[in-house]
Design a protein around this ligand. Sequence first.
Ligand code: ATP
Ligand code: MG
Length: 722
Amino acid sequence: MKRVLRYFNSHLPYIILLVAILSGQVWLELRLPQYTSNIVNVGIQQGGIEMTIPQIIDESKYGMILSMSSDKDRANIAESYEYWSPQNNNLKNKEIKDRNENTNLISKNHYNKNYYVLKNDLKKDKLNKLDKVFSRSLSAFAAYTMNLQGASSSRMLANIDQSKLPDFMKRQIAIKTTESIYKSNGINTDKMQKDYLWKVGALMLLIALSIGILSVTVSYIASRISTKVCTKLRSDSYNKVLRFSDYEMNKFTSASLISRTTNDIQQIQQSSVLALKFVFYGPIMAICAFIQISKLNMSMIWIIILAIFATLVSIAIIMSLALPRFKLIQTMIDKLNLVSIEFITGIEVNRVFNASKHEEERFDLVNSELTAINLFVSKIMSFMMPIMMLIMNGATLLIVWFGAKNIDKGQLFVGDMMAFIQYAMMIIMAFLFISMMSVIVPRAMISANRIGEVLDSPIRIKDEGRIKDFTKSGVVEFENVSFKYDGASYNIIEDISFKTQKGKTTAIIGATGSGKSTIVNLIPRFLESTKGRITLDGVDIKEIPFKVLRDKIALVPQKAVIFSGTIESNIEYGKCAYSRSELKRAAEIAQAMDFVEGKEDGFSSKIEQSGSNLSGGQKQRLAIARAVAKDSEIIIFDDSFSALDATTDRKLRNEIKKNLQDKAIIIVAQRINTIISADEILVLDNGKLVGKGKHSDLLKTCQVYYEIAKSQLTEEELSNVR
Ligand code: ATP
Ligand code: MG
């Protein structure tokens, strides 16, 4: 996990940018409920009038209001207004008209009165203070005027002791009074209301648009980070697998390596996009929405806490059921890969053995197991949304229920209750996102651990050699070499000693399973000897860097490996810029020219995956041509002539002898004829070297060799030598 997390370190600046943008997004999202509340409270209930303070009051009402106010309030009002007489065209009044835009509220046909206009330069603190002052003064003024008008409902208001009215009610009365002052002076209050609603609406639209842009940016940054991380992960794990020796390949198995480097990395990519967004978004949103909500009304906080608790408990239950299955799913995908690979690569065997049914059953078994687990997980997860909806709707219901009571008591405005509901939903959603992380992160963790295992896997055969320059004698020497596979109880090869020579052919023969391939795989260090020493030109191969060592060796593996591409690309594999004549020479030595020329496009002929459009013998010859073209000092043929007919085999050996005189050649074979003219033949029996020498000598001295020869050669051929 930590191993994979480190890949995100190099993207830290982008992650910081992402958090900054997310914070901005949350800040904007939290504005919206406040504006909704304003639309209801100010826009609708207060007719678009935000504060109790009238922008402009006609002289007579101003006087009455002052007379209804306490001394302190009177002083506050007086210092906040300036006298304006529209009809008096002197310099002072003109200057007020130009400077104080509040005078614009009065239309020309109301210029017959004098006014007091609110000063333009009042600070916010002062305005807030004034709002309270007018709450008192205007509600008293309202009670007085209504009493004068004699309306029965207003008499009720007049009879109420002003000092006992709750503040919020005084404020509402004051705002209504301000509205009536405006109306009496010909100010269009409907327009005022509409303007307010348009202003807030436009602002909300702008905020919503900005949120949209920010969230697209966040998605882009998150995708960019996770795509880059996963590209790096993929190439690093691929490079690591390239360095794996046979031990690690056996440990992981190729099916698992394929699903780790594809499916698991895909899993990490998908999860990290979501995680990058929600890991930061959830907590930021939860904290900020909580702060906002606590400003509105603390008495209903318990509803939110209850909803969060319910969310966490339900997700914990769901997760405890689903999580163990996630790990199982990855293992099942490994299994499915293994079965698919075996089935597809072995399709011919499968057909000839009429084993489709068996394969189908094997596939069905894994497939249905995987389906069952996936279905189970989906079923559990499908409960998530309904439960969340239930919790959210339940919370809304409780808020409306208790909110209504608060509104009734005058402790809450309708708009504020609406804002409360929105904030509550935001908090619950934030906790949902946080909990979603508890689904996504563990799942990604399982995949990250599986990738981490590959990346951290120690490589048994280390490339730590330092010696790069030495003579090119092509001498490989085995000095009492033994080798044991992991977990095996006995040595597969034991105490093997021999030496190859430049210009000489060393052959290895022995029954199947006697350890021939094991010996040749020790030379390029695919395997590491458990005892003894192997040297190249006198230098221990452990002291030679892989690149240098493997440059000196060309190997034709027992099972010819052919890549998709062309004949040309297969021969010049690993080294580009061969000349056509070099390619031709290699193909001629490998006896591949006849079939290359037989193809319509010659060297450019297309080769399908694994060389499926070639015969076994053609594949072998192509693999031989590749090794010859590499022009290394040592060429190893591991049973590479087995699919060739006797004539081609003979021709090939003649060509090798003629053209590769400066190479040390190692030929592993089952057929005596292939190695009959070798300079030295090693006879293996159950991993032990039981004979060493030329064909003629071995026939006399080595019983095992004699038995092999006897089974393959005619009496005449045998007696010729004897
Ligand atoms: P053949 O002529 O059939 O190619 P060989 O002489 O090349 O046989 P090797 O491939 O060297 O034989 O195998 C020698 C022994 O090592 C065999 O008994 C085989 O079962 C065993 N062996 C090969 N690979 C492994 C492995 N990865 N783990 C354990 N044992 C192995
Ligand atoms: Mg072999």
